[in-house]
Design a protein around this ligand. Structure first.
Ligand code: 13P
Length: 248
């Protein structure tokens, strides 16, 4: 059994002050939960203040993106070394919003993961199909392409996969527990066929996860956690999701 992993992707929400207020309320709510890995991924500009407050807590810190070069003339970008120095242990790479709005391809995602891993950051790799792809029965082909492209020449060490069907993100439409599990089974089998150590990789589900549906999702054998957007923005709601994953 893999330790459940619940991560908050705050996207472009919360100032540094709002981040601090969240953390002050959130830590006491989850301080006794030791059987779930918990992670917050605030905006870049809030990472340093979050890091100070999360030190010596049971909550990990991650970023939502990173660049694939070590340093240099890349205006506006952030390197893995900067994230590590600011206190991050994790980075989310390949989120569908980055793929869609910032033209991130599997090739770029692959370069980002390679450098992040080489520097020692753990990675949450996001994959997922659109509604059109699901409705035309192309889900597994799409995931196969994303996995082969993003993980090219990489081992699975330090990698978590987040399966986020695009049609379930921010829409209130969750994949059914069975639909999500079935796709996780496909991902687990893909990893097993193509890489060593697949049994240790956690596969999170993401897309309209909330306190009301976390238990059902976590009761599925291949769902090892969740990557949560909207419902992670309030301390109570996110703490309930963490509690819902405890005891798996
Ligand atoms: P929501 O939980 O708001 O649907 O977002 C999911 C997500 O994209 C997390 O990365």
């Amino acid at each position: 059994m893999l330790k459940p992993f619940i991560a908050a992707n705050w996207k472009m929400n919360k100032t540094s002050q709002e981040t601090e207020e969240f953390i002050h309320s959130f830590i006491p709510l989850v301080k006794d939960i030791s059987d779930v890995d918990i992670l917050l991924a605030p905006a870049f500009i809030s990472i340093e203040s979050a890091s100070r407050l999360l030190k010596s807590s049971n909550v990990l810190l991650g970023a939502q993106n990173v660049y694939h070069e070590e340093s240099g003339a890349f205006t506006g970008e952030i390197s893995p070394d900067m994230l590590l120095a600011a206190g991050c242990s994790h980075v989310i790479i390949g989120h569908s919003e980055r793929r869609e709005y910032f033209s991130e391809t599997d090739d770029i995602v692959n370069k980002k993961i390679k450098l992040a891993r080489a520097k020692g950051l753990d990675v949450i790799l996001c994959i997922g199909e659109s509604l059109e792809e699901r409705e035309s029965d192309r889900t597994f082909d799409v995931l196969d392409g994303q996995l082969s492209g993003s993980l090219k020449d990489l081992s699975l060490e330090g990698i978590t996969i987040a399966y986020e069907p695009i049609w379930a993100i921010g829409t209130g439409k969750t994949a059914t527990d069975e639909q999500a599990n079935e796709t996780h089974v496909f991902i687990r089998e893909w990893l097993g066929k193509n890489r060593e150590g697949s049994e240790n990789v956690r596969i999170q589900y993401g897309g309209s996860v909330k306190p009301e549906n976390i238990k059902g999702l976590m009761s599925q054998p291949e769902i090892d956690g969740a990557l949560v957007g909207g419902a992670s923005l309030k301390p109570d709601s996110f703490a309930k999701i963490v509690a819902g994953a405890s005891g798996k």
